[in-house]
Design a protein around this ligand. Structure first.
Ligand code: AHM
Ligand code: MG
Length: 335
C-alpha cells in the first residue's frame, strides 16, 4: 500500500535541501501543526458548548470555559513558547506583541504573527473558520529582547506563511517560498496528509467575493468592478457567481481552488477597510503569489507595504491574477 506523505515528513523533506537549514523552521512549523490539532478538536466540539456549558461558564469538570478565539490564541502561543525557535509573537488577540524571555529563547531567531481564529463569529453557526500565520527572521540580535521592528517587516521578507481552515475537513496550507502545499487532516489517525501538492490559482475565475451589503460605502472603482462582474458577456463567462462566506480563510481557499477574487475595500468599518496587514493580508498574499495569484491594495503590491503598526488595516484585493488586474484597472480609472 502506498501511504501518502504526512505533513511532518513533508516539512523535514522540504527543509533539508535549504542551504544552511538548521531544522529550526521545521520545529516551528511542527509546533503550529500540533496547536492546530488541539484547536481543531475544540472547534469540532463547539456545537456541544450549549449542552456542556458555554464560554464564560464552567464546564462539567468545573474548569472555566474560554471563548474559542481566546482558547486558540492561548494554544498557539503556548505551543510556540514551549520550544526555542520563536522569540516573540504578535496576535490579533493581543494589543501588544509578546516577548518570550526564557533561557531557551536566548538564541531564537524567528517571530510569528498570527490570527488564531479568524472569522470566529462563524463558529456559532457551524461555518468554517481559520487560523492564519506569518513567520519572519528577527532583525534584532538573538539574545537581546525582541523589538517592535522585528514584527513590522514588509511581507516580502516572510520566511513562511500559512493557514488552517477548519471546514468540512480541516486543512493546513503553507509556503516557505517554494510553492504552496495543502494537507488534509485525518482525525481518526491524528495526522495531516499531503492532499493538494503544488497548489495553483487558476489565472482567471468566475467567482467574486465581497460583502455587497456595504456597496454604498465602496469606492467608485469597486462599485464599477462589481457591475462588471454582473454584466452579461458569455465570452468571459460573465455574469460571475457571488460567493461570500464572511470567513476570510474559507473564501480565499475556495477561490484558490476554483478561481476567483476576494475584495475587502476601504470605506466600510474604517478608512482602510477591515483586514489587518500583518497577520491576515501578508500571509495570504505570500501564499497567493506562490500559487500564481496576485494580492494588492487596489493599486500596490501588498507584500511591498512597509508596516507602521501591529494592527494596521489595508484594503485587500486577492485572487486569480487576471481578475485582480481587472479590478485594478477600475481602481486606476475611478479610484
Ligand atoms: P475577524 O478577524 O474579527 O474575525 O474579522 C475578519 C473577518 C474575515 O474572516 C472576513 O472575511 C471578514 O471579517 C468579514 O467581514 P464583514 O462581516 O464586514 O464582511
Ligand atoms: Mg481576523
Amino acid at each position: 500500500m502506498n501511504l501518502p506523505q504526512t505533513l511532518g515528513e513533508f516539512i523535514v523533506e522540504n527543509q533539508k535541501d535549504f542551504p544552511y537549514a538548521s531544522g529550526e523552521l521545521s520545529q516551528l512549523l511542527s509546533s503550529l501543526r500540533i496547536a492546530a490539532k488541539v484547536v481543531n478538536r475544540e472547534i469540532n466540539k463547539a456545537g456541544l458548548a450549549d449542552i456542556l456549558g458555554i464560554a464564560g461558564a464552567e464546564n462539567v469538570q468545573g474548569e472555566a470555559q474560554m471563548k474559542l478565539d481566546v482558547f486558540a490564541n492561548d494554544v498557539f502561543i503556548k505551543a510556540l513558547k514551549a520550544r526555542g525557535e520563536v522569540c516573540g509573537v504578535a496576535s490579533e488577540e493581543n494589543e501588544d506583541y509578546i516577548a518570550f524571555r526564557d533561557p531557551i529563547h536566548s538564541t531564537s531567531k524567528y517571530v510569528v504573527l498570527i490570527d488564531p481564529l479568524d472569522g470566529s463569529s462563524n463558529v456559532d453557526v457551524n461555518v468554517s473558520v481559520g487560523t492564519i500565520f506569518s513567520i519572519y527572521r528577527r532583525l534584532s540580535e538573538p539574545g537581546t529582547p525582541v523589538q517592535l521592528e522585528d514584527f513590522l517587516q514588509p511581507g516580502n521578507l516572510q520566511v513562511a506563511a500559512g493557514y488552517i481552515v477548519y471546514g468540512s475537513s480541516t486543512m493546513l496550507v503553507y509556503t516557505t517560498g517554494r510553492g504552496v502545499n495543502g494537507f488534509t487532516y485525518d482525525p481518526s489517525i491524528g495526522s495531516f496528509y499531503l492532499s493538494h501538492p503544488e497548489m495553483q490559482f487558476p489565472r482567471s475565475g468566475k467567482i467574486y467575493s465581497i460583502n455587497e451589503g456595504n456597496y454604498v460605502h465602496f469606492p467608485d472603482g469597486v462599485k464599477k468592478y462589481i457591475k462588471y462582474c454582473q454584466e452579461l458577456d458569455p465570452a468571459t463567462s460573465r455574469p460571475y457567481s457571488s460567493r461570500y462566506i464572511g470567513s476570510l480563510v474559507s473564501d480565499f481557499h475556495r477561490n484558490m481552488l476554483k478561481g476567483g477574487i476576494y475584495i475587502y475595500p476601504k470605506g466600510t468599518t474604517s478608512p482602510n477597510g477591515k483586514l489587518r496587514l500583518l497577520y491576515e493580508c501578508n500571509p495570504l498574499a505570500f501564499i497567493a503569489e506562490q500559487a500564481g495569484g496576485k494580492a494588492t491594495n487596489g493599486f500596490d503590491r501588498i507584500l511591498d507595504i512597509q508596516p507602521n503598526a501591529l494592527h494596521q488595516r489595508v484594503p485587500f484585493f486577492i485572487g486569480s491574477v487576471e481578475m485582480v488586474e481587472k479590478a485594478e484597472e477600475f481602481m486606476a480609472q475611478f479610484g
